[in-house]
Design a protein. Sequence first.
Length: 395
Amino acid sequence: MNKSGLRGGMYVRHRRWLAATTAIVGFMAMPAFGQSLPNPGNTTGSNNGNAPVFTPGTNRLDIALRADNTIINWNDGFNIPQNGTVRFDRGFGQRAAVLNRDLSGNPSKILGNLSSGSNVAVWVMNGSGIMVGSNANINTGSLVLSTLNMTDADFLDRNGNFALSTAAGSQSAITVMNGAKIRVEGGNRGLIMVAPKIDAYGSFDATNQDVAFITASDVDLTFNSGSPLSIRINRGTAVSGRSQLIRGTVAGADALFALASQSSVTDALLQVDAKVTTATSGTRGIVLSAGRPANAVDGVTVGGAAADTGGIANLLVRGDLTSTDNDGSDILAGASGSASFTSVLSSRRHIRLAGAGDVTVAGAVTAGGDYAVDGRSVTLGGALPSFKAPMAQST
């Protein structure tokens, strides 16, 4: 099986051992000194308590939250220069969430420091795009970045369900430049990016929380207490070609990469070059969903009409995938097109890979449970799969 081409599929059973938009491209050439901190003097908003208190300082803006949920509409933009800091806090250890909605008509540019108390979930939304610079340092309780929008009522009702959407033809992008550091710890929303195009290169670390990159134009996010993040894609991206590219390092309780495309897009690509590691605190492991797979993967539901989510999407994984939990975390991948895995795959439980087109596994594979590959044709390269704790064949 060193170089084998199999028709239909392969199944090995082993007993269980246990994109930048034009506006963003234009911004890349702009010097850091052209940016300024958010202007609290030109904001609107709402909350389910008291209004926030803004305290400007030298190269710094501190914002004291006085409600469980706060919406701040930044009319002049939500930007942080390279030498600047924006910090959100909520006293007495109470959990809080703040939605920063950029209404300037220009991409948000986070080049400096964005931080919060561990009990604060920071959301940034901008339909014109979001740029995180190479020297950016983000350290918050949780973080959601999106070029989609939601209603005020949806954010304020505190029921854990969020409906995000943008125009069907939107090409808006989240871009994270090489060198950026994003870390979340203490919160319950995770580290999440949602946009029709995502090009992220950096360090993405979610301690005891999920990491998710979602490429689509209409998405429902569901956070249930004690359960991992669940995603429903109602309408995919209209961006053709590579509309999700993740590089650098990704670490979290679970890691989810999802892309769906509209039927007019027949060449969408979800590409993961990052080294991805999920922790023992996870419940799903590493999940990759490209297009509308015939066999859905755990945590991702692709709904909508065929015109909305029926496009062909391919999957390319060139980074190492490692799932360390032996009590419920797997490596699961599905694609409506081809799927290729060129690096190391290691799971203490199951590895299940599927595609409607050709599926290639070229790197080393180590599984603690089942290893299954299914596709129109299957090509396996490298050494034979390794199983972590050989046991007698089950009956």
